[in-house]
Design a protein around this ligand. Structure first.
Ligand SMILES: NC(=O)c1ccc[n+]([C@@H]2O[C@H](COP(=O)([O-])OP(=O)(O)OC[C@H]3O[C@@H](n4cnc5c(N)ncnc54)[C@H](OP(=O)(O)O)[C@@H]3O)[C@@H](O)[C@H]2O)c1
Length: 300
């Protein structure tokens, strides 16, 4: 419970700058939970939040990388492999034990996987890591988020959502050929649908937004031959921005003074984005929510 006492009163914020090097508003008394904090965008964001005075809860899979980042920030890591829903439940319990408030839940963990793999929970891995585990984590932390004035749920989606196609009867891509980029795009579209439905269900008690970070030079796609080419020198020098630049839209969403103006929104970095047409399908968003709730055993 010691860490819960670190969570103090909220402070006023001023608009976040858009460039990675410039100062954030002070965030003392705020608690920020970041998934995928062991690497890339999540690690860069966690460092910036901590430097601005926030209490950061770094949630990661890899014990070494997550532990090193946590040690750098002077906090304890929370470990969870999103391919195991039991891990997500344990991690959520740990977060609730440690923090009395959650000002920002940054749902950032994600990846793309070249082969179709089934998790021990029986789901296609990309769907579980990028959508279902995030859905469960958010469901388990939701009450604490809603109890925190001005809280925000921010999910790292991708412009790849345009290539996705959600089929409520085949969320685990059990039929047809497994095409990793299409499946990845579908899960990133699910991030947008999840954000819109969450926003509707929160009804203003907290806000929900998602964003495309840019093409960011991180460990993203390290297992994929295609992404390895795109994300390694020399192509990466012209195609990608830094993890710090990729984290900038997340920092901006977390600290902007008018989060209600982006409630339910998908941003392409800092500007309103144009997601896949399916993102506007309210019934699809509700269906995805209900099926996800059923899959992870939480009330819809
Ligand atoms: N890089 C881009 O160009 C780009 C573009 C659009 C969207 N995005 C999105 O940005 C987010 C962050 O990616 P990144 O670019 O920063 O790549 P990254 O450096 O590979 O970071 C991905 C994070 O997700 C975590 N993760 C992966 N599989 C996991 C699992 N099974 N359980 C728990 N955590 C897991 C990783 O943990 P480990 O350290 O243990 O692997 C890592 O912390 C992702 O959601 C990605 O889809 C990235």
């Amino acid at each position: 419970m010691a860490a819960a006492q670190e969570c103090g009163d909220p402070v006023g914020v001023t608009p976040a700058p858009r460039t990675p090097g410039s100062a954030l508003p002070r965030l003392e008394g705020r608690t920020v939970v970041v998934s995928g904090a062991s690497s890339g965008i999540g690690a860069a964001a966690a460092r910036r939040f901590a430097a601005a005075g926030a209490t950061v809860v770094p949630l990661g899979r890899d014990p070494q990388r997550t532990g090193a980042l946590a040690a750098e920030l002077g906090v304890e890591p929370v470990l969870a492999d999103f391919t195991r829903l039991a891990d997500v439940r344990r991690a959520a319990a740990e977060v609730l034990e440690r923090c009395e408030r959650i000002d920002v839940l940054a749902n950032n963990a994600g990846g793309t996987f070249p082969q179709r793999v089934t998790t021990e929970d029986g789901h296609e891995k990309t769907f579980q890591v990028n959508h279902l585990a995030t859905f469960l984590l958010t469901a388990l932390l939701r009450e604490r988020v809603e109890a925190t004035p001005g809280a925000r749920v921010i999910t790292t989606s991708s412009r790849a959502n345009s290539f996705g196609s959600v089929d409520l009867d085949d969320l685990d891509t059990s039929s047809g050929r497994y095409r990793s980029f299409k499946v990845y795009g579908t899960t990133k579209l699910e991030n947008v649908l999840f954000t819109r439905e969450l926003s509707r269900r929160l009804g203003g008690s907290a806000t929900a937004s998602c964003f495309h970070p840019g093409v960011v030079g991180t460990a993203f796609g390290a297992d994929s031959p295609l992404f390895r080419v795109l994300y390694s020198p020399p192509l990466s020098r012209v195609l990608t921005i830094t993890a710090e630049e990729g984290a900038a839209p997340l920092l901006a969403l977390a600290t902007r003074p008018d989060p209600e103006t982006v409630d339910g929104a998908y941003l392409d970095r800092f500007a309103p984005g144009r997601p896949n047409r399916q993102a506007d399908d309210v019934a699809l968003a509700r269906g995805l929510w209900e099926r996800s709730a059923e899959m992870v055993g939480v009330p819809a």
